[in-house]
Design a protein around this ligand. Structure first.
Ligand code: UT7
Length: 336
């Protein structure tokens, strides 16, 4: 029986920094409101005037670093898993673009559409491919270009101020030591809440023609919608459940956690979870203050930074947990 281990990590953030005060040019908001409710101070938004970055280009940039750090070349990668809710195109997905951008062989490329839980779902898929012996090295990417699709007005402010652009990537490689690597992953969904955090159109449920025909100035179905407080309440419960489930499955206790990397949804959610699990500041990694919520990219960006800063070390118990649109949620328990 094989196990899979993260052997390389990379991240890419667009250069353009948008502070809370910068947002005031589009909407009524304040630095105080945003920091108090979310902890966010600034985020990165692609500036189309100065940058060609897209979701797949950012993903490819992060992936290149992860592959190098794994001590591999693009030719060693057997499969790509690409998680995003903001692909360059409606179809095809971002995975095939990465295959092309990195000039990889005609390996398989799979897109995962699980929003904020996308990276954990992707990691789980990659882990299964490696555990069954089918693949040796799988690239898992989370990348998002939110900025182009957010409603930059007071009407959209409860969603728009939260989200940022960026990408993170990990290489999962086969190891034969079962005590190291991904110990388990735990995935959940509850589709009855699909519309509580969603972007409904254009889609097959709401085609472009119908949107244009209605020509309704109040129709915002092509902007993301979030029932913020409802999502918040579910998030804190599901985050905790997913972490507990993962610990229990491995006969571990909360005291065993060396590093918790929560999806960066809202600093207040992370702080709630930290308190609930009695974790010290050194045992939880947050960077939402600098990047906002980058959805599928948030965990791989945070994991990469924590590792770069020496906060994730050989032998550590690392726990990843996410919750978001779907609703979907999950956790990954990793012995580094
Ligand atoms: O990553 C996926 C999962 N996502 C999450 O987990 C996010 C969960 N939800 C949240 O983080 C919070 O609900 C938000 C940060 C999105 C919003 O915070 P809230 O405390 O739930 O605020 P609210 O939406 O209930 O709005 C409170 C007030 C409203 O004004 P009134 O009606 O009380 O006068 C809003 O209009 O704050 C107003 N408001 C704003 N004011 C300034 C909403 N957005 C803003 C804003 N700036 N950006």
């Amino acid at each position: 029986m094989y196990n899979s281990k993260i052997t390389g990590l990379g991240k890419y953030l667009p250069e353009n920094v948008v502070t809370n005060n910068d947002l005031k040019q589009w909407m009524e908001t304040s630095d105080e409101w945003i920091q108090e409710r979310t902890g966010i101070q600034e985020r990165r938004w692609i500036d189309p005037e100065t940058s060609d970055d897209t979701t797949s280009i950012m993903g490819a940039k992060a992936a290149k670093i992860a592959i190098e750090r794994a001590g591999l070349t693009k030719d060693d990668i057997d499969f790509i898993v690409f998680a995003t809710l903001s692909p360059d195109m409606y179809f095809p997905g971002g995975g095939v673009r990465v295959q092309e951008l990195l000039e990889m062989d005609t390996i398989g490329a799979l897109d995962v559409r699980n929003q904020c839980s996308g990276f954990i779902y992707g990691l789980s898929v990659a882990d299964q491919f490696i555990k069954t012996g089918m693949y040796k090295n799988v690239l898992v990417i989370g990348s998002e270009n939110h900025s182009g699709g957010l409603e930059r007005s007071t009407r959209g402010r409860n969603v728009t101020v939260i989200f940022g652009d960026g990408a993170g990537a990990a290489v999962l490689s086969r190891v034969e030591d079962n005590t190291k690597g991904i110990l388990s992953t735990h995935l959940h969904s509850e589709g009855k809440y699909a519309k509580e955090l969603a972007l409904e159109g254009p889609s097959t449920g709401r085609w472009v023609d119908a949107i244009m025909e209605d020509n309704d100035p109040n129709d915002v179905s092509y902007y993301p919608y979030m029932n913020g407080q409802f999502v918040f309440k579910h998030a804190v419960v599901r985050f905790s459940e997913a972490i507990m489930e993962g610990l229990k499955a491995n006969n571990l206790k909360k005291e065993d956690i060396d590093m918790l990397i929560p999806h960066q949804a809202n600093l207040r959610i992370s702080q709630f979870i930290q308190k609930k699990f009695g974790l010290a500041d050194d045992n939880v990694y947050n960077n939402i203050m600098r990047y906002g919520n980058t959805t599928a990219a948030s965990i791989p960006i945070a994991l990469t930074e924590a590792w770069e800063e020496g906060k994730v070390k050989e032998g550590d118990l690392v726990v990843l947990a996410a919750f978001g649109s779907g609703f979907t949620w999950g956790s990954a328990i990793i012995r580094w």
